[in-house]
Ligand binder design. Structure first.
Ligand SMILES: [Zn+2]
Length: 361
């Protein structure tokens, strides 16, 4: 389907609604107008000064206002936007844009149309003639690629061309990104937002219950004693057999099963597009399946010594959890040292436990 297939009547109606929504949205978009937020000392406080919490509230309201107009579920818009934020994080130079709430980045040919002689065109009519994706959602007559409402409304309008079902959504994503990983990620994110009904899913947990019965140190990049010359891509946490292994994040089980090196291992994708890898397990939590949603601290399996052989091989090394994190750049994934994060999560949890115990005594 092409952009020009949208019935003009429908598009016009949406536009009017969008303009109305934009006005309503204005009342909530900035904490400067929000009754629940403290009034900023300066009227034109920039968005990068917003607290994380305020920013997430504003974002969600933005998604909801576009959803009210287009009937694209807010969590799908949120999922695409979050995925695009993660892309910008790894490709900041290619995707630079002025600070705004939304992360969706369409470059000039996408926004204005491939053959548009004016790459910075913001006239919705000519953009439409050149099959650009840019739309005016704010109702000011301009399709501005740095206006949050215009950007999101343009994406929602694109999705609308395909329909509302889960399958329609997948096809639209495929046609947009031509990358199966992008489709998978965005669908995962969408599931997470739909389930928890919030954007604030940044909580973390240490992968083992906090205690004195495990030990780990930074082993990033040291040579492997097993399996040849690959560098060690992770941290080994030594612990007794059967100690629960817990998800460190909100995420989705992307992979579960046997690997000749990792043994029984499980991979969980989080909303930062990071892949958390837990290897050498003794076994998996019985009811956990691929595609399931997990919370930080939720048990996913048990510490073991499986791996380095055919399925079921164990005992070739002392029991430990091998924990690795991989970041997805959109095309490739690379590992980074999880040790600092592990220390951070452990400290945070220890402090929370201490605080709780103090409160109880
Ligand atoms: Zn290891």
């Amino acid at each position: 389907m092409r952009l020009s297939d949208i019935k003009p009547k429908k598009a016009r109606r949406s536009l009017i609604c969008a303009a109305a929504a934009a006005i309503a949205f204005g009342a909530v978009a900035s904490p400067a107008w929000s009754a629940s937020s403290p009034a900023p000392t300066q009227a034109a406080e920039s968005q990068d000064k917003l607290s994380r919490e305020e920013m997430l509230i504003s974002r969600k309201k933005l998604y909801e206002s576009i959803s009210a107009v287009t009937h694209i579920p807010w969590y799908r818009l949120a999922a695409i936007d979050q995925y695009e934020h993660t892309l910008t994080k790894v490709h900041p130079k290619d995707r630079s844009h002025p600070p705004r709430l939304t992360g969706i980045f369409m470059n000039e040919p996408v926004w204005s149309g491939m053959f548009n002689p004016d790459p910075n065109d913001s006239n919705p009519r000519s953009i439409s003639i050149f099959n650009g994706y840019g739309r005016d959602g704010s109702g000011d007559g301009q399709a501005d690629m740095n206006n949050d409402i215009d950007v999101l409304y343009s994406m929602a309008s694109y999705l609308l061309r395909y329909g509302q079902s889960e399958e329609d959504f997948s096809i639209a994503l495929w046609e947009y990104y031509h990358n199966s990983r992008s489709v998978q990620r965005i669908r995962q994110f969408s599931k997470l937002y739909e389930k928890f009904q919030t954007l604030d899913l940044s909580g973390h947990a240490f992968p083992l219950p906090i205690s004195d019965s495990y030990a780990y140190r930074s082993t990033w990049g040291t040579g492997r004693s097993w399996g040849g010359y690959r560098i060690h891509e992770g941290t080994d946490i030594f612990a007794p057999y059967g100690m629960p292994v817990r998800s460190t994040c909100y995420g989705i089980v992307e992979l579960k099963g046997w690997n000749p090196f990792g043994g029984w291992r499980i991979g969980i994708r989080d909303l930062e597009n990071r892949y958390h890898y837990y290897a050498h397990l003794q076994g998996f939590e019985k009811n956990l399946n691929q595609g399931d949603i997990v919370n930080p601290g939720q048990t996913i399996g048990w510490v073991g010594s499986s791996g380095y052989g055919k399925p079921g091989t164990q005992g070739k090394f002392p029991p430990h959890l091998h924990y690795g994190i991989y970041r997805d750049s959109g095309l490739v994934e690379w590992s980074f040292d999880p040790y600092p994060l592990l220390r951070h999560w452990e400290t945070e949890e220890r402090q929370a436990i201490k605080k709780k115990n103090k409160g109880n005594s």
